[in-house]
Design a protein around this ligand. Structure first.
Ligand SMILES: Nc1nc2c(ncn2[C@@H]2O[C@H](COP(=O)(O)OP(=O)(O)OP(=O)(O)O)[C@@H](O)[C@H]2O)c(=O)[nH]1
Ligand SMILES: [Mg+2]
Length: 176
């Protein structure tokens, strides 16, 4: 097992409104890293993140889940925060302990709660990126989503695209 110092540990929060795809993204990350052999789904109720019976029943996260993987020399703790405003206190506390944030936006439509969550991330002044999700859905458009994000959050976005990536660790992991 790799020994990590605090310098090589990153605590990254996935935050957004409900249904944007945080738990699915967390699942894809641990799958890509070779931690799990197959991807679960929140609809089926077999994801790593949504493990509480209530979460499985309602298909929504109700508290922050911690997922972990190593990539190269860095150890990542992924904090999958709930999106519903009913659990906003939990989301806020999670953002307050994170080193970095990923704001997940579903391309099928931005919800108004996103401003409140973005404000908390901005208050913390931690490195943050926006992940545009659901681009496989019909009638979604990356450029118009980007425009909407810029308008709603009053920021200038710099698009970064990552192609299909096979992580070195996945090839080494016996689960893959
Ligand atoms: N088509 C498509 N569906 C997606 C994508 N990401 C997530 N979904 C679906 O969207 C729904 C919500 O995804 P979740 O990952 O549970 O969303 P969440 O942000 O964790 O939601 P909360 O826990 O309620 O905050 C599920 O049915 C997912 O299968 C995507 O990229 N494309
Ligand atoms: Mg979730």
């Amino acid at each position: 097992m790799t020994q990590h110092t605090t310098n090589s540990i990153r605590n990254v929060v996935l935050a957004s409104y409900a249904g944007a795809g945080k738990t699915s993204l967390a699942e894809a990350l641990v799958y890509s890293a070779g931690v799990i052999p197959a991807m679960g789904s929140t609809l089926t109720g077999n994801t790593v993140g949504d493990f509480e019976p209530e979460e499985v029943h309602h298909h929504h996260s109700m508290s922050t889940a911690l997922l972990h993987f190593d990539f190269k020399d860095t150890s990542f703790n992924i904090l999958d925060a709930p999106g519903s405003l009913d659990f906003f206190a939990d989301t806020k506390s999670t953002i307050h302990v994170a080193d970095a944030a990923v704001l997940v936006i579903g391309a099928s439509g931005l919800r108004s709660e996103v401003e409140r969550i973005w404000d908390v991330i901005q208050e913390r002044e931690i490195p943050s990126v926006i992940f545009v999700n659901e681009l496989d859905k019909e009638h979604t458009n990356f450029e118009s989503t980007l425009e909407e994000i810029s308008k709603v959050l009053e920021i200038a976005c710099i698009p970064i695209g990552l192609g299909p990536m096979r992580w070195p660790l996945a090839a080494e992991n016996p689960n893959r």
